[in-house]
Design a protein around this ligand. Structure first.
Ligand SMILES: [Mg+2]
Length: 288
């Protein structure tokens, strides 16, 4: 990709904003104002304050860049189209419900795409000072030290990350979503719910979690930085439905290696097929 953008400058600028945002988050856990966005989603004054910090800062420094940020998209009620222009993806707090409960697993997640390719990603959990970063082609890092995905090859030894509480909010095909989750839990050693997609992806990149799967529940800003981080750490991120990876659809299967990714993908597809067979059987019996 030919790119005349100074990526190192973008990275340094984003780092500065992320660290400032981290200070805001650390300082304010006791003074939260919580608003309900809808049945399943919340926003706090800190999400809004941090998003403003980034939007003002980025707009001033890079006036021709675009920003796709969680709270702005919610306010506009419209997802912008992704273009070839440099585009920042921002989640001011990923894991807002954890933040609301003072469970120290929440983070700021930001990534930059140029011509629809990731060039940098940062995930920062200020509670325990974990600063994950990646620049395309230069590896993935935690607090400046290189990180790598796990070397697990047997799915039965793998830890899968997912958010099971999502089940209660899935509107369409709730039972198939549940069936897939059960199949994934049965195929792996255990499941852990971190409550932050971005941090879960950082843990996969770091070799703690081995597999992740989510479709129909995530948004671009949840997975942008994590996707680059995992790929730069040697892992695989694909579209969970078998299409070309599309940040704007945000359906992902990710794992420490391609073989695990394919296994998870197969479980997903097989569960769909079984469900279709069951449906057509029920339909045939119903017609008798
Ligand atoms: Mg958020």
């Amino acid at each position: 990709m030919s790119c005349d953008l100074d990526i190192a400058k973008c990275f340094d600028f984003a780092t500065e904003l992320v660290l400032q945002a981290g200070k805001i988050l650390k300082s304010g856990e006791d003074e939260q104002i919580i608003y309900k966005k809808n049945k399943e989603d919340f926003v706090t004054n800190y999400d809004q304050q941090i998003e403003k910090l980034f939007i003002d800062g980025l707009a001033k420094e890079f006036p021709d860049h675009r920003i796709i940020a969680e709270e702005t998209v919610f306010t506009m009620q419209k997802m912008p189209e992704l273009t070839d222009a440099p585009t920042w993806f921002l989640d001011p707090i990923d894991g807002t419900i954890n933040f609301m409960h003072s469970l120290p697993y929440f983070c700021i997640s930001i990534a930059l795409m140029v011509r629809k390719e990731f060039v940098l990603g940062i995930i920062y959990n200020p509670s325990n000072s974990e600063f994950y970063s990646a620049i395309k082609g230069k590896g993935a890092f935690l607090n400046g030290k290189p990180i790598h995905v796990s070397n697990i090859t047997d799915l039965k030894q793998a830890m899968i990350g997912s958010d099971v509480s999502i089940i209660k909010y899935v509107k369409k095909d709730k039972d198939i979503y549940t069936a897939k989750l059960i199949a994934l839990i049965e195929a792996t050693q255990t499941i852990r719910c971190i409550g932050s997609a971005a941090l879960s992806m950082a843990y996969l990149a770091r070799g703690i979690i081995d597999v992740l799967h989510a479709d129909g529940v995530l948004k671009p800003w949840d997975i942008a930085a994590g996707t680059l981080l995992i790929r730069e750490a040697g892992g695989t991120v694909i579209d969970s439905k078998g299409g070309i990876y599309d940040i704007m659809k945000a359906n992902i299967t990710a794992a420490a290696n391609e073989s695990l990714t394919r296994e998870i993908f197969k479980i997903n597809i097989d569960t769909d097929l079984k469900r279709k067979e069951k449906d057509s059987k029920n339909l045939t019996q119903g017609n008798k």
